[in-house]
Design a protein around this ligand. Structure first.
Ligand SMILES: Cc1cc2nc3c(=O)[nH]c(=O)nc-3n(C[C@H](O)[C@H](O)[C@H](O)COP(=O)(O)O)c2cc1C
Length: 227
């Protein structure tokens, strides 16, 4: 038997009835890659912030998305969203274990105009196809041009916006140390992902599994004894 939580009516009683003390949602969709989004304001100030509502959404053309939730402390849109609206560009940098503290510092609710590269002690590297700088210390950066910005419908009674920015990846930077035998060995970058609560995971174990042909062969069903 599972416990069922009606997500349209979450309060402490509903949670307690399921044996929960916190909203479990972000602990259930895991691990989430962290898009470490760099942008440039109309005043030319660089901005950097992590977004775990981030993912690749297509390969051809390559596209990613990130979602800005809620507001900046001053009540307006978060700087990342404000900047992509104005500039039509962003860079998604890879958050890694060696950069975890820098990533976390860059998430501080800093006043507008604060350059989080400076706040976190990071170096700006020039991008090739967009004006927004990338994180020089990050081993992977995706240069992106905004395709569409979508305001998601709000829940009844909620005044908090959720705004998704879709970007087409127009160029990628890869640390050559990650490349072996013509492939990217992303393990070497030690990417981190976001889990629920205050938890993170570092990508550790890898396994390979080819897609099955049709009709599906018995050999594609694996060994169910090793669950
Ligand atoms: C690991 C991590 C993931 C985050 N993911 C998101 C997210 O998906 N959406 C969001 O709005 N804020 C997210 N945040 C919070 C933002 O980084 C934070 O609000 C930041 O100050 C926004 O900066 P900005 O105003 O410069 O855009 C996350 C923070 C951390 C540490």
């Amino acid at each position: 038997m599972t416990v069922f939580l009606d997500m349209s009516r979450i309060d402490s009683k509903a949670l307690a009835d399921c044996g929960l003390s916190h909203n479990p949602f972000t602990a259930l969709v895991v691990p989430r890659p962290i898009g470490w989004i760099s942008t440039l304001s109309t005043d030319g100030i660089a901005n950097l912030a992590p977004f775990s509502f981030f993912n690749a959404v297509s390969q051809n053309p390559p596209m990613v998305m990130f979602c800005a939730n809620a507001m900046h402390a001053d009540g307006g849109p978060k700087d990342s969203l404000r900047n992509v609206r104005a500039s039509g560009e962003f860079v998604a940098n890879l958050a890694t274990w060696p950069l975890r503290w820098h990533m976390n510092v860059s998430s501080a609710s800093a006043p507008r105009g604060q350059d989080e590269f400076e706040l976190a002690g990071l170096t700006k590297a020039s991008s090739i196809k967009v004006r927004a700088p990338r994180v020089a210390e990050s081993p992977v950066s995706l240069e992106c041009v905004v395709v569409k910005i979508v305001e998601l419908p709000q829940a009844d009674g909620s005044s908090l916006p959720n705004t998704v920015t879709f970007g087409r990846v127009v160029g990628v930077h890869i640390d050559p140390d990650l490349i072996t035998n013509g492939r990217v060995d992303i393990r070497r970058a030690r990417p981190i992902g976001r889990l629920g609560y205050l938890d993170y995971a570092e990508l550790a174990e890898f396994f390979q599994m080819p897609r099955p042909d049709w009709p599906v062969q018995d050999s594609a069903r694996g060994d169910h004894d090793d669950a």
